[in-house]
Design a protein around this ligand. Structure first.
Ligand code: DQA
Length: 147
């Protein structure tokens, strides 16, 4: 099974960006962790990070028929992007929404997610481990025959 881990705006700065909120783990470390964990649960993990909403939408479209599922941290676009929501709804791929921080314990504007209604589920608040949990959730969903 193939899974794309898609990271949105500002996540390229992980490790140095507000480490008190997002930890000291770099994006490279998160990506390596995902590849390694993917192997242990039978998922071939690839990666993409972009700061651009349109590039993320293009990546979601391109995933159709190529990937079996997506792990998506849309960053701040989570709270703003109807276009990303529509893209996910359009490709009919299982998507697990992830966040490093617990968005529900933060500012009110982060409580709203446009991704959640079109995602299988949401995992947030566990730092880099959120991605590992998301891969587990996706692997279990795909093994159970979900699409
Ligand atoms: C984030 C949470 C968002 O609110 C924020 O805009 C981010 C990162 C997270 O992983 O905790 O960029 O998605």
């Amino acid at each position: 099974r193939n899974v794309l881990v898609l990271n949105g705006p500002n996540l390229n700065l992980l490790g140095t960006r507000q480490p008190e909120v997002y930890g000291s783990t770099t994006l490279q470390m998160v990506e390596d962790l995902c590849v390694q964990h993917g192997v242990s649960v039978g998922l071939q993990v690839s990666h993409l990070q972009s700061n651009h909403e349109g590039a993320l939408i293009d990546a979601i479209h391109a995933a159709r028929g190529v990937q079996d599922g997506l792990v998506l941290n849309a960053g701040a676009f989570t709270h703003t992007s109807v276009a990303l929501m529509d893209a996910i709804a359009s490709v009919e791929l299982p998507v697990v929404e992830v966040h490093l921080s617990n968005i529900h314990a933060r500012e009110a504007f982060r409580h709203k997610s446009f991704i959640a209604p079109v995602a299988l589920g949401q995992i947030c608040g566990f730092g880099a481990q959120s991605y590992v949990l998301a891969l587990d959730a996706l692997a279990a969903h795909l093994t159970a025959g979900g699409a």
